[in-house]
Design a protein around this ligand. Structure first.
Ligand SMILES: Cc1cc2nc3c(=O)[nH]c(=O)nc-3n(C[C@H](O)[C@H](O)[C@H](O)COP(=O)(O)OP(=O)(O)OC[C@H]3O[C@@H](n4cnc5c(N)ncnc54)[C@H](O)[C@@H]3O)c2cc1C
Ligand SMILES: NC(=O)c1ccc[n+]([C@@H]2O[C@H](COP(=O)([O-])OP(=O)(O)OC[C@H]3O[C@@H](n4cnc5c(N)ncnc54)[C@H](OP(=O)(O)O)[C@@H]3O)[C@@H](O)[C@H]2O)c1
Length: 282
């Protein structure tokens, strides 16, 4: 009996070091600016595919107060709502307060996750349509990594078009891996039926490095080239629904284009034909 570890010591060893702590289970690096990671999911967390949460790490000790405060940033949840784990797709900003540190996480490390999911890139904010467009630049692909693995996307729409514009080819790797994994997605094949992935049209483009398709998606749509490549009719308010996630200028330009095509912006409280969210603040 003397050999037993006192209960208090066991609890101390198990106690998370951080508030709202989750454990990192997997990390993958794609470029010197991009990585993704998975972590445990809080047992009570419910979210809708496409939403974002606040995640982070403890900041440095404040020399004035001697205290450490959590350093949190908004992150789209890249995993679908049904997944047991959480996945995130992240930028590495070399002098960024959070990502200069976050880029060094390893399996077994802890991150902070505030369990309050919110966001506009959700199916509830759109009225029924035939075809859904997911428009992304850079890490704006993250919410669509979630929605592309969400059965409702294929239940609600006949066609799913995902466009991803990045500067360089390697910045497309994460998105391409997700698209390629869909064919073998057990849940989607079971719930939606084999061959569901034929509904998907993937349109990756680069702007500053040679690739199979070059150009900003906005320009490719305006010139009609994207419609031709994808073999689809131009955007119409009757059939098309859209979600936009990229840098501010991209979001605004695309928003104007959708409005000009007759689509109206929706929200959780007032569903309509398209929704938009920033991939980062600037
Ligand atoms: C609703 C929402 C969802 C977001 N989802 C994600 C996500 O899924 N993945 C992600 O990496 N970031 C996401 N961000 C951005 C994220 O919140 C942080 O800005 C990012 O993690 C960098 O944090 P930081 O403290 O290192 O630098 P910050 O001080 O936050 O940013 C420094 C600068 O880096 C640039 N920057 C920041 N984020 C990005 C980015 N994602 N892509 C390109 N340049 C960027 C901007 O120029 C910014 O001014 C999201 C932001 C919002 C508002
Ligand atoms: N990506 C890199 O290699 C790199 C390296 C070092 C630093 N940075 C810095 O990191 C920040 C974010 O860079 P990022 O590449 O992740 O994101 P970004 O600048 O938002 O660019 C991502 C993609 O969106 C395109 N785009 C930008 N504005 C658009 C618009 N109005 N309409 C349509 N497409 C648009 C870009 O095309 P264009 O190329 O035509 O702009 C690019 O292909 C920037 O401040 C950048 O200076 C980036």
């Amino acid at each position: 009996m003397n050999e037993q570890t006192p209960v208090t010591n066991v609890d101390a060893a198990k106690a998370p070091k951080l508030p709202n702590a989750e454990t990192v289970t997997e990390v993958q690096h794609y470029t010197d600016r991009l990585f993704s990671f998975k972590c445990t999911r809080p047992a009570s967390l419910r979210f809708r595919s496409g939403e974002f949460v606040m995640i982070g790490l403890m900041g440095d000790v404040n020399p004035k107060t001697g205290k450490q405060m959590p350093l949190l940033r908004a992150y789209s949840i890249a995993s679908p709502s049904w997944d047991e784990e959480m996945e995130f797709y992240s930028i590495k900003v070399q002098d960024g307060p959070l990502t200069s540190k976050l880029q060094h996480i390893k399996p077994g490390d802890e991150i902070i996750m505030k369990p309050k999911p919110v966001g506009t890139l959700v199916h509830d904010a759109l009225i029924p349509g035939k075809r859904i467009w997911f428009f992304a630049t850079g890490t704006g692909f993250a919410p669509f990594a979630s929605l592309l693995r969400e059965p409702q996307t294929y239940q609600d729409y006949d066609e799913v078009i995902i466009t991803h514009t990045c500067r360089e080819e390697d910045e497309l790797i994460y998105g391409r891996n997700i698209i390629e994994s869909l064919k073998d997605d057990e849940l989607l094949n079971e719930v939606i039926g084999e061959g569901f992935w034929e509904k998907i049209k993937y349109y990756p483009t680069t702007t500053r490095e040679e690739s199979a398709k070059m150009g900003r998606i906005t320009d490719l749509i305006n010139s009609g080239e994207a419609y031709k490549d994808l073999d689809v009719a131009p955007l119409s308010p009757e059939h098309d629904r859209a979600m936009i996630c990229g840098n501010l200028a991209f979001n605004l330009e695309l928003k104007d284009m959708l409005e000009a095509a007759g689509l109206e912006e929706g929200a959780n409280s007032k569903p309509a034909q398209y929704v938009v969210e920033k991939a980062f603040l600037d």
